[in-house]
Ligand binder design. Structure first.
Ligand SMILES: C[S@@+](CC[C@H](N)C(=O)[O-])C[C@H]1O[C@@H](n2cnc3c(N)ncnc32)[C@H](O)[C@@H]1O
Length: 347
């Protein structure tokens, strides 16, 4: 996800049509919050808390002075349970089940879980994920190509246990063996991405310090730390689930680095010898070039003299023009039929 909208998007417009469901209730909102509608909703509820795993959403909602938590795991600020939970359907199915397990223990017995999302975003198939919470899922509204579902909690919900949601897999690249630890929905949660593999197999030895933008489960940074003595690494991502996965991958491999929440460079300080990235190019349901564009355009401000930005990308993505604008040239270090590794010349 990226910058959030100041006007209510279709899922929130459907919530608005059903405002009475939330009026005067203690409400917890979670999931893929892509607009600032919570600010209006908060004016009608008895209380409203927000749990987000997306850093740009957190920053935007915090500015509106809403009670918002950016974490990989929801930590209730009070032992009082809420009357209603509103979940904006996340895109990754694995993340839906994870978020439900996280937030459902905070719903009162007989409380209501509302799920809103675009029909093309898979809301029709959430029934199966709700089976463990009892009750029948009812569609209470459908408009703007979105549906609003409700389910009443009818059975006790177990406490959330993070360890139950961590997965691990082993990789071995150029003789470097690592274990990757990941939470659900994180990029490459179950296997190494082919593009990332191309980057790891072809990156030259590094010195000094490096920044991994969009670190995911921390696989690039962990490999670089293992391969290069005395290299220091900063890992950045917008996803709280990715950041926690990175911390766990580093710990599992007895490595250490700085892990920071940052929307591309928004929280990055200092300059680096190398910036490396397998950048995101999807946001929500639409292709989104914002983050890679910012990465390439602003990289120079975060590179030391003779520093390099090294990116792996699908071949169909046209990043060369952005490199030429930012560095006045672009070098292709390696390409396969699907991916390319591109960089600036150290100048
Ligand atoms: C293609 S994945 C690469 C993950 C990891 N580096 C790898 O190679 O397995 C891109 C990552 O960028 C993160 N991301 C998306 N938008 C971002 C932004 N604006 N700033 C920083 N990271 C972002 C995503 O959460 C995701 O973890």
């Amino acid at each position: 996800m990226s910058a959030i909208s100041n006007t209510a998007l279709p899922p929130s417009q459907v919530v608005e049509r059903n405002l009475a469901e939330f009026t005067d209730k203690h409400v917890l909102v979670a999931g893929a919050i892509e607009d600032t509608y919570c600010q209006q909703l908060a004016q009608h509820t008895a209380s409203l808390q927000i749990f987000t795993t997306d850093y740009p959403s957190f920053q935007a909602l915090q500015k509106l002075e809403l009670k918002v938590q950016f974490e990989h795991q929801y930590n209730a600020t009070s032992s009082d349970k809420v009357d209603a939970i509103l979940l904006y359907l996340p895109k990754a199915k694995a993340e839906i089940a994870y978020l439900l397990a996280n937030i459902m223990p905070h719903l009162k017995a007989d409380g209501h879980l509302y799920i809103v999302g675009e029909n093309r975003g898979g809301i029709k198939s959430v029934d199966k994920l709700l089976a463990g919470y009892g009750g029948k899922t009812v569609k209470i509204d459908s408009a703007r190509r979105c549906s609003l579902l409700v389910q009443q909690l009818t059975q006790p919900v177990p406490e959330f246990t993070l360890e139950n949601w961590l997965s691990e897999y082993d990789i071995n690249i150029k003789g470097c063996a690592l274990t990757v630890v990941s939470l659900p929905g994180v990029f490459s949660a179950n296997e190494l991405d082919v593009g990332t593999q191309l980057l790891l197999e072809n990156i030259a030895p590094l010195k000094g310090n490096a920044l991994d933008v969009g670190c995911g489960a921390g696989v690039i940074a962990s490999f670089l730390l293992r391969q290069n003595d005395n290299l220091t690494l900063t890992l950045a991502d917008v996803s709280a689930l990715a950041l926690e996965s990175s911390r766990r991958t580093l710990a599992k491999n007895q490595l250490s680095a700085d892990v920071i929440a940052s929307d591309v460079f928004s929280n990055v300080t200092g300059r680096f010898n190398t910036i490396v990235s397998n950048p995101p190019f999807h946001a929500g349901l639409n292709t989104h070039y914002g983050a890679p564009e910012t990465l390439i355009k602003q990289a120079r401000e975060h590179l030391k003299i003779r520093g390099r930005l090294i990116i792996v990308a699908n071949k169909f993505l046209r990043y060369e023009g952005l490199f030429e604008q930012a560095f006045s040239h672009c070098e292709c270090l390696m390409e396969t039929n699907k991916f390319k590794l591109i960089s600036n010349y150290p100048d």
